[in-house]
Design a protein around this ligand. Structure first.
Ligand SMILES: CC(C)(COP(=O)(O)OP(=O)(O)OC[C@H]1O[C@@H](n2cnc3c(N)ncnc32)[C@H](O)[C@@H]1OP(=O)(O)O)[C@@H](O)C(=O)NCCC(=O)NCCS
Length: 195
């Protein structure tokens, strides 16, 4: 068996033992686990042109949305991703999504994903949420490096990255195929200790 001389940044099994926390945002919104009752928000998101374009989200029915939401729990337990609903604190339906995908506990990294429905945009919610899940990823999960990638054409996402403190590290050419063709992507990252 080949073993590495470098220990894992976060031991396998650590995330699976953690409960997914509810995280409060300064504006009053909160980040909480998705519920099957949020299925309609996921269906609405998949119909919104900007989310469909930039997140490549396809959800065609409430049933499919419910299955996706159930899989979020499994993916937490399998230490693959950590996904929160952006929601009002009164128990109302989700208005957005944020989380970590491509989690690599051994290597200490993950990549952020997010969207918010049009009614919630332009109030700084996603900058707040990005900062909050970053704090969780460093302080609670123990990761070392967080990536934020977006199409160069997606200026709003670039502003979120900059305002949340993610340094622009470069442009990845023809990095992701969207409905209208290949797009260059900006690679931003935040390393533990940056802020
Ligand atoms: C990108 C997105 C998540 C930003 O969410 P948000 O809550 O509106 O963001 P914030 O309110 O925190 O604002 C972030 C900044 O983006 C700016 N912004 C918003 N829309 C913009 C646009 N179309 N072009 C340029 N900048 C824009 C805001 O003005 C703000 O910057 P400022 O404070 O310097 O003015 C949201 O627009 C969205 O869900 N878009 C569709 C899906 C998407 O792009 N997902 C990300 C894939 S990488």
């Amino acid at each position: 068996m080949i073993t590495s001389p470098v220990p894992p940044v976060v031991p396998a099994g650590h995330m699976a033992t953690m409960d997914q926390p509810v995280l409060a945002l300064p504006s009053g919104l909160e980040l909480r686990p998705w519920r099957v009752e949020d299925a309609d928000a996921l269906v609405a998101a998949a119909q919104e042109p900007a989310i469909r374009q930039w997140n490549r989200l396809v959800v065609t029915s409430r049933e499919e949305a419910r299955k996706r939401i159930e899989r979020m729990r499994e993916r937490w337990e399998n230490e693959q991703s950590a996904t929160w609903a952006v929601a009002p604190p009164d128990g109302g339906q989700a208005v957005g999504l944020i989380g970590w995908g491509d989690i690599d506990l051994s290597g200490g990294s993950a990549e952020i994903m997010y969207w918010i429905l049009p009614a919630g945009r332009g109030r700084g919610a996603m900058v707040e949420a990005t900062k909050r899940v970053g704090q969780w990823a460093f302080d609670d999960l123990g990761l070392h490096r967080l990536r934020l990638c977006h199409a160069v054409a997606n200026s709003a996402s670039c502003r979120v990255a900059a305002k949340a403190g993610y340094s622009l590290e470069g442009t990845m050419r023809s990095a992701l195929l969207h409905e209208d063709g290949w797009h260059d992507e900006h690679l931003h990252a935040l390393v533990h200790g940056d802020i």
